[in-house]
Structures are given as structure tokens and as C-alpha cells.
Design a protein around this ligand. Structure first.
Ligand SMILES: O=C(O)C[C@H]1NC(=O)NC1=O
Length: 243
């Protein structure tokens, strides 16, 4: 029996629900999913400023997840905010949905496209491609040009735009796979894979299976070197909740 904490770094309860449902849809019989989001922060993450705020909430959630006995953690925002800091705090594996989806895409196609929400978050995905070493595997990045929470407004407009953009990417990019660039798109991947006939990959479900694999292999975050636990020191003001 394993417990995997899936953290939605934004404070949208609706998106946390979408993410938790997607995670549970692929979890192994012996895996329990603990879907959480920060108690304070930003309702959607749409740039560097939002990411900086969300990262603190991610660390707070990692601390709570550890206390509840989580064996591993997923950071369910396509910017993977706070990933390395979270790895310093965690003893189990921590996987971000962008890195998970990108890794999976490289296993099933030589090149992939990314479909995300706002143009301004495309630059964040570009930085991640460089950081993770996938620059040459990504043929193109597209934005549906709608805010993140449009995915939770119930109109279906954002979902329709994602579908249109994926169809266009398949036709134009010469990619063999498509990565969905938002945690809130987690529930669209399976249907789009069926309809388009190519792998359309969601990072939430990919990250859950990667964390399960790491736990099954007995691989936690290495505490030797730069991901060792943070040096102990007093944290002032509101940050004492992280000590
Ligand atoms: O960058 C994005 O569009 C998606 C990213 N922002 C967010 O609040 N959750 C996410 O996955």
C-alpha cells in the first residue's frame, strides 16, 4: 500500500479535483492518491511571479505530505514550480508533470509538440525543455490563448481549443506525440489520443506512474549532494511554517 501526494500548486479547488480524479484513474490498486493544494497562494500560475509564490505553497504541502506518510510526490503544474527545493525537503521521489510528460513523449516519439494555455507560459515550458535537455525533441509549442482557469469554467471552450490546437499540431508540426501543458488538461489526454491516433500525453498521470515506479524500485530522492535536506537554520516570520 503506497501513498502518493499529488500537489496542485495553484489554489483552485476545482482544478485540484480534476487533477486528483486523473491521478486516481491510473493509480495502481495498492496506491492511494492524496490530492492537495496550498492553503494560501495564487489561484492559477501564469508566469514567473505566480510560480515564485506557488513554490512556497508546494514546499508547505511537501512538509504536510511527509507528515502524512507520503511515499512520493507529484508537482501538478506544468512549470514544475519549486521542484528542486521540494526534492531537498522530500525523502521520497518528487516528479513534476512537465518533466514526466516530456520524458514519456521521448519514449514513444522522436519529436513532440506542447499545447499549453497562455502565450506567456510558453517561455516557462521553453526554459524547462532546456533545463531537462529536451530542447531538440520538442518540435513546437502552442498556446490556446485562454487563462488557466478557463479550463474550469464549465463552458467547454478551453477544452475545444485544446482539441483544435492538437489537431493542428499533428497536421503541421511533424511531431509524433503531443504533450498537454497544464495540470487542468489532465482529463483530456485519453480521449484525444483515441481521436487523433497519436499519443497525447498528460503529465499528471505520467508523473503518478513514474513515482509509483520509483517507489517500487526503492528509489527515493538522493540525499547525497545538492538534494540533501536543507541546512537547519531559523526561518523568520511566516516562513517558520516550513522549519
Ligand atoms: O502554465 C500553465 O498554463 C499551466 C500551469 N498553471 C497552472 O496554474 N497550472 C498549470 O499546470
Amino acid at each position: 500500500q503506497h501513498l502518493i501526494q499529488v500537489i496542485n500548486p495553484n489554489t483552485s479547488a476545482a482544478m485540484t479535483h480534476t487533477i486528483g480524479d486523473a491521478a486516481r484513474s491510473v493509480a495502481a490498486p495498492g496506491t492511494t492518491i492524496l490530492a492537495t493544494c496550498p492553503t494560501q497562494g495564487v489561484e492559477s500560475i501564469e508566469g514567473h511571479f505566480d510560480e515564485a509564490i506557488a513554490a512556497i505553497g508546494v514546499l508547505e504541502q511537501i512538509k504536510h505530505g511527509k507528515a502524512q506518510g507520503a511515499h512520493g510526490h507529484v508537482i501538478a503544474c506544468f512549470g514544475d514550480p519549486g521542484l528542486l527545493a521540494a526534492r531537498e525537503l522530500a525523502s521520497g521521489p518528487v516528479v513534476g508533470i512537465a518533466e514526466a510528460a516530456m520524458h514519456m513523449a521521448t519514449l514513444v516519439a522522436t519529436r513532440f509538440s506542447i499545447v499549453t494555455t497562455l502565450p506567456r507560459t510558453v517561455i516557462i515550458a521553453r526554459h524547462l525543455l532546456q533545463q531537462y535537455g529536451f530542447e531538440h525533441h520538442c518540435a513546437a509549442l502552442h498556446a490556446i490563448d485562454l487563462p488557466v482557469l478557463a479550463l474550469e469554467d464549465g463552458t467547454g471552450l478551453a477544452q475545444m481549443k485544446v482539441r483544435e490546437r492538437c489537431i493542428q499540431a499533428k497536421r503541421e508540426d511533424g511531431s509524433g506525440a503531443i504533450v498537454l501543458g497544464c495540470g487542468g488538461m489532465a482529463n483530456l489526454a485519453r480521449e484525444l489520443t483515441q481521436e487523433l491516433g497519436i499519443p497525447v500525453i498528460d503529465g499528471v498521470t505520467a508523473a503518478v506512474k513514474m513515482v509509483e515506479s520509483l517507489v517500487a524500485l526503492g528509489l527515493g530522492t538522493s540525499k547525497y549532494g545538492d538534494l540533501a535536506y536543507p541546512n537547519k537554520k531559523p526561518l523568520s516570520g511566516g516562513f517558520d511554517m516550513l522549519s
